[in-house]
Unconditional design. Structure first.
Lengths: 345, 287
């Protein structure tokens, strides 16, 4: 159980600045995702926490103790690489025991801890296999076991679900979550996939161009992004220019009243597609009505996304596939004021 | 499961054409050795006989051993001296090439620097420029500095055509060995020495063995450069063979020497085969 803190951390390689300045607080036992497009510096941040890179400026604290200059070997962290980095010339058993062997742990203790950890990751029957004879999910479990057997104070993972197929992804997601909660180990992982970040993490740190753009719980990030870039990165489709006066936002397709706090002036309104209701007849006594026409329909199985043209503006509406509305149909859209989010300029 | 067993069966059962093709290839590789072996056991084999007119076995009272082998093991033939020289030079060249190429390959595989493509092209120059050109130019220099006709001179010229191969092979191995493995070992608490001993070297071994084997074989086969630098003072198997057959006679003793020349390679291949073939190595670099 270790709290991790980054204080004004900067990292440059020659003239190239990978991280301009990052402050980050990770509570003990928390599962945090570092999310961002490739090349944004998230992997560099992870490598600095691991000790594989030394920050140019600033401090990295483990439980309020500065470890910025501590050697990797002494830092007692664990890292699961994206491609697992299992030693191909060692069996599962030897791979898992590597960390204890290099520390000179005695034989009896090694055997005991090996049994314990193989039980946790459910790999007892594969102990004598070589990595080449394992599936992707099994390799990842070996990599996790190899790391956890050394009792690291912080566990780090690089794109933990990226190399797995859809079915295995769900399985590994539950496995990692369960394990993390059972052991209460502070876990940090890196990903470029917002879905992976949301499905795994307690809190998500979004990093753009070497800067921390927002650090919040997944639902806050999704519903209340603090910039248009984050809204875009989190997959928001309905973001429109608006002028704010009081509790009303004037847009190209009409005025919307909203519940959140916002200052007067130009801004963006964000309407999440699943928060919008689609009516076939004109509803009465409901706020924020918009009239329009369905111009396209995309069917995703459980969900359907309609493109609705309201006074020349295309609004996307997502609903569960309980009905099919035909293209060309006249419809009315409504959205409750408390589901409208304003992104100030 | 069913699909898996079907594909295995498909691999094991070859069509008649595939078998014929394999036989042809085997014949193409092994065929040239057959007349050599027959020749080495012949007593008299004159044109246009398809097989020797007189076999050694029929003339045993005249010669205790087959003519070829009697000559090969006699001190006059210099075969023993040439074999020792060949193996010695081959081993030293391989070791020096390894020492030079391991660090170079590490840098070429992992770092980027200005002019890297040009440098890589430059490395393969010795394979493009004719051996005779390098040989004659170097001979002139070596005579002046007194390296002609010495082991050191021969070893230096052998490094010229072998280093390009060695660097290429080792670079490929280093590319397969991502930084991940060494960094992972570091995070797990291993010291530099432990990483080298337990991770880097074992993972590089198949490539190192393959590169060493190749270098050794190339070195033992170089004729022209050895001939120039040896100046007749140092004989190796290739120079011995060429001087033997240069008169145009292809008799039993030439056949014997030829067979001896192929020996070091075959023996080495058998020894190292198990390193290269180990299945756990073949695939599985983590993905």
């Amino acid at each position: 159980m270790t709290a991790v803190q980054l204080k004004g951390v900067r990292k440059s390689f020659g003239t190239f600045t990978a991280i301009s300045k990052i402050d980050l607080d990770i509570k003990s036992g928390e599962l945090v995702a570092l999310l961002g497009p490739s090349g944004c510096g998230k992997t560099t941040t992870l490598r600095m926490i691991a000790g594989l890179e030394i920050p140019t400026d600033g401090q990295i604290l483990f439980d309020k103790k500065d470890v910025s200059e501590t050697a990797v070997q002494k830092r007692n962290v664990g890292m699961v690489f994206q491609r697992y980095a299992l030693f191909p010339h060692m069996t599962v058993e030897k791979n898992v025991l590597f960390g204890l062997k290099v520390r000179g742990t005695d034989k009896a203790e090694m055997a005991q801890r090996l049994e314990d950890i193989l039980e946790v990751v459910q790999l007892q029957q594969f102990r004598h296999r070589f990595p080449a004879q394992l599936s992707g999910g099994q390799m990842q479990r070996v990599a996790i076991a190899r790391t956890l057997i050394t009792n690291p104070s912080v566990l780090m993972m690089d794109e933990p679900l990226a190399n797995l197929d859809t079915k295995l992804r769900g399985e590994m997601r539950r496995f990692i979550r369960d394990l993390q909660q059972r052991l209460g180990i502070t876990t940090i992982f890196v990903t470029h996939d917002q879905i992976e970040a949301m499905e795994l993490a307690d809190r998500v740190a979004v990093i753009f161009d070497g800067n921390l753009a927002q650090y919040a719980a997944p639902d806050a990030l999704y519903q209340q992004p603090n910039s248009i870039e984050i809204a875009d990165f989190m997959g928001a489709t309905n973001v429109f220019e608006a002028a704010i006066t009081g509790k009303s936002a004037t847009t190209a397709f009409g005025a919307l009243s909203f519940a959140t706090k916002a200052a007067d002036g130009p801004a963006h309104v964000m309407l999440r597609g699943e928060a919008i209701d689609l009516h076939l007849t004109e509803p009465s006594g409901v706020q924020n009505q918009m009239q329009g026409q369905v111009t396209a329909r995309e069917f995703f199985g459980a969900n359907i996304t309609y493109s609705v043209d309201c006074k020349g503006v295309r609004i996307q509406v997502t609903e569960q596939s309980r009905r099919m509305v035909d293209v060309g149909q006249d419809v009315w859209l409504t959205i409750p004021p408390d589901r409208i989010w304003i992104i100030q300029k | 499961m069913a699909r898996e067993s079907a594909s295995v069966a498909l691999n094991e059962r070859l069509s008649p054409y595939q078998k014929l093709y394999l036989l042809l290839i085997a014949g193409f590789i092994l065929g040239p050795f057959i007349p050599l072996i027959i020749q080495s056991f012949a007593f008299k084999w004159a044109w246009p006989d398809l097989l020797p007119g007189t076999w050694w076995l029929e003339q045993r009272e005249k010669s205790v051993l087959p003519l070829a082998w009697d000559y090969v093991i006699s001190p006059y033939s210099q075969v023993w001296e040439a074999t020792l020289n060949t193996v010695f030079i081959g081993c030293v060249v391989t070791l020096i090439a390894l020492v030079i190429c391991l660090p170079a390959a590490r840098v070429l595989a992992r770092e980027n620097f200005r002019g890297k493509p040009a440098f890589e092209f430059f490395l393969s120059m010795p394979l493009i420029v004719p051996e005779a050109a390098i040989g004659i130019a170097l001979l002139m220099i070596f005579i002046n500095i007194g390296l002609a006709g010495t082991y050191i001179g021969i070893i230096i010229v052998h490094l010229i055509p072998t280093i390009p191969y060695m660097i290429r092979m080792l670079t490929a191995v280093y590319q397969g060995l991502g930084r991940d493995f060494e960094e992972q070992a570091m995070i797990l608490g291993a010291s530099r020495w432990q990483i080298l001993r337990m991770v880097t070297l074992p993972m590089l071994l198949p490539g190192v063995v393959a590169g060493a084997l190749f270098t050794f074989l190339v070195s033992t086969n170089i004729f022209l450069l050895t001939f120039f630098m040896g100046q007749g003072k140092i004989v190796t198997l290739p120079t011995l063979l060429f001087s033997k057959i240069s008169g145009g006679t292809l008799d039993a003793s030439a056949a014997g020497i030829t067979l001896v020349v192929t020996m070091p390679g075959i023996i080495l291949l058998l020894i190292t085969e198990r390193f290269i073939k180990e299945e756990a190595f073949g695939k599985g670099f983590g993905n």
